[in-house]
Design a protein around this ligand. Structure first.
Ligand code: DGJ
Length: 722
């Protein structure tokens, strides 16, 4: 891995043994993108000089429009395409002409003030300072290259070194201008219980992309996009992934210009955003990850997974197996008391489950979604001994105890709201529009965060919890804080997210041995920002096995199975009404952080025994499933089947899962070809006891039995025997 600056060509070359990222200073001043892709020794950028008819000697801003060049940090100065950074001066005018000032190469990478970011072990960073000489405003671009993952991390810091305040109106994290537009664009869109569905289309001239204006990464969209060469498959072709380490509103866009340069950008949502910078102050953008692979879409995902495992997730559970849990939500919803919970816990214990999670409804007088958020004291009607009493009984059964919280919200029917109606986000004079019967706390206020942090820490201590599910069940509109001056109201969206991160830092920091899972009305904040605090997130409220195949398939573009909360639930499924066999529900959920979410007390003894056997089996294969190298084999977006597999680093062990959706009459057995194994090894399938050559499994295949009934699955656990 290295970062080199060539004084002659004024070019920067960031590389590891597989990937190069190159840009140069046009006219010695303006950072111009040259190459991001497979490693090259150097680039003779004749193409650019031919197109623009300039040489270093003849370069002049008047003669050479930046509008024709691929730029690294466009600012709408000579370049009339969408900029990455936009600044408004005190006189209301906007201009920012950024020119090279200095650069520095450091080992590791700097932390980003107030924001989560990847760690920088085994990395080098380039800090490139550009300055607008007229206003004094500087932009420091940070580029990090890793040896062990093919990811370039990028962020920007905008510094007001001038004499008057400026307003930052747009502050994206990264921009890459691709030569040509011969790419497909993939983004993820969906809805509640239908998150992160895969959409791919060819790039066309003009604007395209995805974004969220909901104050969160959201269930509707995801802070991710991918450009792929037209020939790309799971195993072959080029894939360029962009992902943002941020949980608020975002934009990920591609603009194809008049000369078919494709400008890909990602960062904070510019709508409803601005940040006032007084002289001496700076604004830090979130971090973006640019992930390249010439081994297809699968190669890109494996790089993202390695980034998450090695540089993002942290804490006691980040690299270990996770407890098998039972969550009472779909078992009881709000209708529970201590007796009912303990009955469930006892059966769970018999079934070999490790952790009992008490979901929503344990506090205030919350018998429905319309009350008590903010009142984090125990409902003694439901839990006569409070959290402490219940937790003690659960622990005595030999189970760990987990708790649901939703710290960012407030119910109108709560003591907290009666005392502090001004603590919610609202615009005075306008109705306080509730979603899911709740309002959002104004987390830009220190006193609000302090109250919540104290109340939650007290509840978690009281309950001696081993696990926390941190939920967030509505998005935000009508942005207003009675605590901020008019000139700073547009900062609220970002201040809210900084507030969330501050609370997460304090609360997770107070409980280093507790497993935290983030959640947002299902998978509404499934993003890398959350993963920096909590190693797993509830993937979606959809527990239907076939929908899960789709959602987990597309989530795995960026996220490894160790991050995806996945539960076996009752049939008919509560979201789709479908009935899938227990074995299939389990096989699908096992490729995530595994648990159950159904009333076990209603299941026949035989099924509890089946669950006990499944749990025993999971314990044998969980490490491979969560941390193995992941391969998508068949896409549920392309047909009636889904298949995927995980392989250990030494290739001596693998778990393969295949699911059929509908059974079709007159089907025949057929073959599934595996990948990522060692062709010279012989593997034994633990399930059937049969042996196969690695070459046979990869180049011939393994037999898929024709399904009898819908949603049938097969799972193999292959272990090398020689
Ligand atoms: C939304 C979550 O996704 C569910 O799992 C559950 O915790 C409910 N909230 C509780 O209100």
């Amino acid at each position: 891995m290295s970062i080199l600056f060539d004084q002659n060509t004024k070019s920067f070359h960031l590389s590891n043994s597989r990937v190069s990222y190159i840009f140069r200073l046009a006219g010695g001043m303006y950072p111009m993108h040259v190459h991001w892709g497979r490693r090259v020794r150097a680039v003779n950028d004749e193409l650019l000089t031919r197109r623009t008819i300039w040489t270093e000697e003849t370069f002049s801003l008047n003669e050479t429009s930046l509008d024709f060049l691929p730029m690294e940090c466009p600012t709408f100065a000579g370049d009339l395409r969408e900029g990455m950074i936009h600044v408004i001066h005190e006189n209301g005018m906007s201009a920012l002409l950024l020119e090279y000032e200095s650069h520095q190469v450091i080992s590791g990478k700097p932390e980003l003030a107030g924001l989560p970011s990847a760690r920088g072990e085994d990395a080098q960073s380039l800090l490139l300072t550009l300055r607008d000489k007229v206003s004094g405003v500087a932009v420091e671009l940070c580029y990090t290259v890793y040896e062990d993952v093919d990811v370039i991390a990028r962020s920007a810091r905008i510094i007001n070194d001038g004499k008057t305040p400026v307003t930052v109106d747009k502050a994206l994290s990264a921009c890459v201008d691709f030569e040509g537009c011969d790419y497909n664009l993939t983004t993820l869109s969906g809805a509640w219980v239908r998150e992160r569905q895969l959409y791919t289309r060819p790039l066309v001239p003009g604007d395209q992309g995805t974004s969220s204006t909901r104050g969160a990464s959201s269930v509707q969209t995801s802070p991710f996009m991918m450009l792929t060469s037209k020939d790309a498959t799971e195993q072959t072709g080029e894939a360029f992934g962009f992902a943002l380490c941020y949980s608020g509103g975002f934009e990920a866009s591609v603009h194809v210009d008049q000369h078919f340069i494709s400008r890909a950008q990602i960062g904070i949502q510019p709508f409803n955003f601005s940040w006032r910078l007084l002289p001496g102050e700076s604004f830090q953008t979130p971090e973006a990850y640019l992930c390249y692979s010439c081994e297809g879409i699968g190669g890109m995902s494996r790089n993202f997974h390695a980034l998450v495992h090695r540089h993002i997730t942290t804490g006691k559970y980040a690299h270990s197996t996770r407890p098998i849990l039972i969550n009472n939500w779909e078992a009881t919803y709000f209708d529970f008391n201590e007796e009912k919970l303990l009955k469930l816990a006892r059966v769970a214990r018999r079934a070999g489950i490790d952790l009992f999670v008490l979901d929503d409804g344990w506090f205030g007088h919350r018998d429905a979604a319309n009350s008590s958020l903010g009142d984090w004291y125990d409902d003694k009607n439901k839990l006569p001994g409070g959290l402490a009493g219940l937790s003690e009984k659960i622990h005595k059964l030999g189970l760990m105890f987990g708790l649901w919280i939703e710290p960012e919200m407030i119910s109108v029917d709560s003591d907290l709201y009666r005392q502090h109606p001004e603590w919610c986000i609202h615009v005075p004079g306008y109705p306080r529009i509730e979603y899911r019967d709740q309002l959002v706390l104004d987390l830009s206020r220190d006193e609000v965060r302090d109250y919540v942090v104290d109340a939650i820490i007290a509840a978690l201590r009281r309950g001696r919890v081993d696990y926390v599910k941190w939920d967030m069940n509505r998005f935000i509109n009508m942005w207003g804080s009675t605590n901020l001056p008019a000139s700073r109201q547009q900062e609220l969206g970002h201040r809210y997210i900084l507030g969330v991160y501050d609370m997460m830092r304090r609360i997770t920091g107070a409980f280093p041995n507790v497993l935290f899972e983030s959640c947002a009305g299902g998978g509404g904040r499934f993003d890398l920002g959350m993963m920096c605090f909590m190693p797993q997130a509830w993937c979606t409220d959809d527990t239907d096995a076939w929908m899960r195949c789709r959602i987990q398939h597309s989530t795995s573009l960026v996220f490894p199975p160790s991050t995806m909360g996945a539960h076996v639930s009752a049939v008919p499924n509560h979201q789709t009404g479908r009935t899938a066999p227990l074995a299939t529900r389990a096989a699908v959920a096992m490729s995530g952080t595994y648990g159950y979410e159904l009333d076990l007390t209603k299941l026949p003894r035989k099924e509890i025994e089946e669950i006990r056997v499944l749990n025993k089996r999971l314990r044998e294969i969980q490490t491979v499933l969560l941390y193995g190298t992941y391969y998508r084999l068949l896409s549920p977006y392309e047909g009636n089947e889904a298949a995927w597999m995980s392989v250990t680093k030494d290739k001596r062990e693998a778990v393969v899962t295949h699911v059929y959706a509908q059974a079709v009459p007159n089907m025949k057995d057929k073959l599934l070809r595996l990948t990522g194994l060692d062709p010279t090894l012989t593997y034994r399938d633990d399930v059937t006891g049969k042996t196969y050559g690695g070459d046979e499994l990869m180049y011939y295949g393994i037999i898929l039995h024709k399904p009898w009934g819908d949603y049938m699955s097969q799972q193999w656990h292959l272990v090398a025997i020689d």
